[in-house]
Design a binder for this molecule. Structure first.
Ligand SMILES: *Cc1c(COP(=O)(O)O)cnc(C)c1O
Length: 366
């Protein structure tokens, strides 16, 4: 028996279904980059990578240590590091990771390192800012980038890319189309002067849904792999991948007027049966879900969280549910439940998933 009773189950078939759902939306020649940053959106990056490596062409991680973990697990697929730092360059090359070079400081540092080693035709990626204003060169940097790249045969540009700021927001269509057009214009200029034509990509999950005409050579799928299409219709076509489950540790009978939990936040107005569950805000169950803002499922019935969410526990009202100590509790096992939690926490499913602490055991179900 394993002693972690709170488990995050990752549904392998759901992940595969989701990749293939997007695949059928794409041109047969469009490559897929699977984004597995932040532990695969809170799931299990290595397992996800192993699962989809034959379905996709690329992986992306945010930081170099995430890429190193994939390499050390034997993943051989090309891996784009979206947010490398100068201090990571040696590790990146040692592990055959491909850096996103987003400003002159890191471009120069990488070219210097590549020249010192020396490296031959090492794959790099150049990111352009088209409106997100987060990471990336400006279009006005193109002449200097080209001049610098032409002096070096230590590197080869594997791709040019950009990132959309509001691909899920239909009210921002004009802005998004502008981003796409600006990117196409940047690409044209680079192609004219670089002497070869690297791959190009700009779409994330909701970009694929809303702007399929801009799929170019590759798309970067993140949240879609994990079951969310950022619209109810698309999400309905995807399968839920993350299910958080636990058990009832203890049941208490609370007399009217008695209270439950810290600050005595729940006051029983009737004879109340409360169940204590070993998962709390340290596990990623936000304190905002306390005081009946959130619920769990016990024996197919919703049980509201009563009182404040503790660090390691929550208490739920099971007065009207036939249940016993040791029974299974479902914190969530459906996208709608995750979206409801996100709504109650004034956030988005991305944050609910990635907030799930590493303390929770991950179990990949095949
Ligand atoms: C995280 C990330 C993605 C994935 O976005 P989703 O909305 O999860 O599909 C794609 N590209 C970049 C640059 C990212 O940082």
């Amino acid at each position: 028996m394993n002693n972690h009773v709170t488990v995050l189950e990752i549904d392998a078939n759901a992940v595969l279904h989701n990749v293939n759902y997007f695949k059928q939306k794409l041109q047969p020649t469009t490559k897929i980059l699977a984004v597995v940053k932040a532990f695969g959106y809170g799931s299990e990056a290595i397992e996800i990578a192993k699962l989809v490596q034959n379905e996709v062409d690329y992986f992306a991680v945010a930081y170099s240590n995430e890429g190193i973990a994939l390499r050390e697990a034997g993943i051989d697929t090309p891996i784009l590091v979206l947010h490398p730092q100068i201090s990571n360059i040696k590790d990146i090359v040692t592990h055959r990771l491909e850096p996103n070079l987003y400003n002159f400081k890191i471009l120069e540092a990488f070219l210097q390192y590549a020249n010192d080693v020396p490296l031959m035709n090492y794959p790099i990626h150049i990111k352009f800012n088209t409106g997100l204003n987060r990471l990336g060169f400006w279009h006005t940097d193109i002449p200097n980038i080209i001049a610098r790249l032409k002096q070096s045969n230590n590197v080869i540009v594997q791709s040019l890319f950009s990132h959309l700021a509001a691909s899920e927001d239909v009210n921002e269509q004009e802005f998004t189309v502008n981003q796409i057009n600006n990117f196409a214009y940047i690409v044209k200029q680079v192609y004219e002067h670089l002497g070869y034509e690297p791959m190009i990509h700009i779409l994330n999950t909701s970009g694929v849904v809303n702007y399929p005409q801009a799929q170019f050579d590759m798309v970067r799928l993140g949240i879609g792999l994990y079951g969310f299409g950022n619209t109810p219709n698309e999400t309905a076509n995807l399968k839920n991948t993350h299910a958080l489950k636990s058990i009832i540790s203890q049941i208490h009978l609370i007399q009217p007027g008695e209270t439950v939990g810290y600050n005595r936040a729940f006051v029983a107005s009737r004879l109340t049966k409360s169940a204590t569950i070993p998962v709390g805000h340290a596990d990623g169950i936000s304190r905002r879900l306390g005081n009946k803002n959130g619920f769990v499922i016990v024996n197919n019935k919703p049980a509201p969280i009563i009182g404040n969410v503790c660090m390691d526990m929550i208490m739920v009202d099971v007065t009207d549910i036939d249940c016993n100590e040791g029974d299974e509790v479902i914190l969530f096992n459906h996208q709608q439940h995750i979206e409801y939690m996100a709504h109650k926490c004034e956030t988005i499913p991305y944050e609910i998933l990635t907030a799930l602490s590493q303390r929770i055991k991950r179990l990949v179900k095949r």
